[in-house]
Design a protein around this ligand. Structure first.
Ligand SMILES: [Zn+2]
Length: 102
């Protein structure tokens, strides 16, 4: 097993431990039949945050949206002089008019 998957497993176990501790704390405060849905909610919330953290670690910050409109997506061309730029105003002539191109 390589260090990356080992680290992944440790993080996973840590989160399971954290949610387990929270579940125990809830069961101490809330009587049993009512504590069950809260515990399930905590587990679901935890797994949601774990997934979110892992997605961020993988660099998929923007998800599908990020890959669609990422750096290699749409280019903008100045409508006045045709300079390719991604700024609000054209760096060459200062025109704010631009069109999208691929
Ligand atoms: Zn221009």
């Amino acid at each position: 097993m390589d260090s990356a998957s080992k680290r992944f497993l440790v993080t996973q176990l840590m989160w399971i431990g954290v949610s387990f501790a929270i579940s125990i704390a809830i069961s101490l405060v809330v009587p049993f039949p009512y504590s069950l849905p809260i515990m399930i909610g905590v587990f679901m919330l935890m797994s949601y945050f774990i997934r979110k953290r892992q997605m961020q670690k993988m660099g998929a910050g923007g998800g599908a949206f990020g890959s669609m409109f990422g750096s290699k997506g749409i280019d903008y061309y100045c409508m006045a002089c045709g300079t390719k730029h991604n700024q609000a105003a054209c760096p060459r002539c200062g025109s704010r008019m631009k069109k999208a191109g691929f």
